[in-house]
Write a protein that binds this ligand. Structure first.
Ligand code: GTA
Length: 320
């Protein structure tokens, strides 16, 4: 894929207005000019677009738009079969036939995620690129990674908005308000809550100084156990999905350096569940019980995109 052209930005990540007020304004989709397709995934049935909002509301501001076909909703299947407007034959051989079915608009929604204004880092994140495995020792973390994430990481204003009830307050599924061992559980951005097949929730901790797995010690065990126990109970209560059918894990590295835990349906291949990124919460708890400084000792393996500044720092240090 060609190198991304420079991106115009109206607002940088670092400008940390709480952004919660933007939610009311509808995104001007009709004024979007497509600049390029960053990535498409036949498997996920999703396409990641870089657009530019032109006209009075945008003035050339960059936007990231993700279009994604959603899973079938069982309760709407009858409507889909009965209300379809057109069934068009594509192929016929003996008893075998394939068709294209054209459903009415209300049964053919496309989940649309918008980041607007988008920074260059948002666009880079979704651009399909070559990836490499990095084996990060604790020394690498201290000398290379930590200074990098302290200066470069994505804004976590959206997390503070949730914790302070400035955004998504009506979506909270469960809260333990303890400032040290408490957290908020909300549906993840990626889940439209229409069906349980792709159930995805996220637990955001109240304390603000824990960036990632690397910061965890036995001191955080009460917090992690609360997330595991109360998160499972809340999901059972609200969605009737038992804990044995949930995949509960942390990402290393996460995109956002404020400790959070992912809860996804076990049967769902959510983005980011691969062995080089996901760490099961139960394993994390067990490791910390065995050794409080486990995550300050062991090397952690993850992937980095070849054009990421962090990858270049690892290369310069001769660690790739
Ligand atoms: N409720 O405002 C928010 C919000 N934001 C900004 C992010 N999240 C939010 N949730 C709520 N409100 O699961 C969620 C994200 C993510 C979690 C952060 O917070 O949806 P993370 O720090 O470990 O980072 O988790 P992660 O997993 O990289 O998150 P992100 O940003 O979603 O990246 C997803 C990766 O999955 C991308 O790199 C992309 O390659 C891939 N992907 C594949 N399909 C999709 C898809 N349909 N939508 C988004 N990403 C997809």
């Amino acid at each position: 894929m060609a190198e991304a052209p420079p991106v115009k930005r109206k607002r940088e990540e670092e400008e940390d207005a709480d952004g919660a007020g933007d939610a009311a304004a509808p995104f001007p989709l009709a004024e979007l000019r497509l600049r390029r397709v960053l990535r498409e995934s036949a498997r996920d049935k999703a396409v990641f677009l870089h657009g530019e909002v032109t006209g009075p509301s945008g003035d050339g501001t960059d936007a990231l738009v993700i279009l994604e076909k959603t899973p079938f909703q069982e309760e709407k299947l009858l409507d889909l079969l009965k209300k379809h407007t057109k069934l068009e034959l594509r192929m016929h051989n003996d008893i075998y036939k394939t068709y294209h079915l054209y459903p009415p608009p209300e049964l053919s929604e496309i989940k649309t995620t918008v980041v607007y204004p988008a920074t260059e880092k948002h666009l880079q994140k979704y651009l399909r690129q070559e990836v490499h495995l990095i084996h990060e020792t604790w020394e690498d973390y201290k000398n290379i990674t930590l200074p990098y994430i302290q200066s470069q990481s994505f804004s976590i204003q959206w997390v503070y908005n949730i914790l302070e009830k400035k955004a998504e307050a009506d979506r909270i599924i469960h809260e333990n308000p303890d400032p040290c061992d408490g957290f908020v559980l909300v549906p993840d951005f990626k889940w439209n809550q229409n069906q349980l097949d792709d159930l995805y929730l996220i637990a955001l901790v109240h304390r603000r100084e824990v960036k990632s797995l690397r910061d965890l010690t036995a001191e955080h065990l009460p917090l992690l156990r609360n997330i595991l126990q109360e998160g499972k109970e809340a999901i059972m209560k609200r969605f009737s999905v038992p804990g044995s059918q949930l995949r509960i894990y942390l990402h290393y590295h996460p995109s956002y350096y404020h400790l959070h835990v992912h809860f996804t349906a076990l049967g769902y291949d959510a983005p980011g569940i691969s062995v080089e990124r996901a760490h099961l919460l139960t394993d994390v708890i067990d490791n910390l019980v065995l050794d409080s400084t486990y995550y300050q000792k062991r090397a952690l393996t993850f992937t980095l995109q070849a054009d990421k500044a962090l990858f270049k720092l690892f290369q310069e240090a001769g660690r790739v």
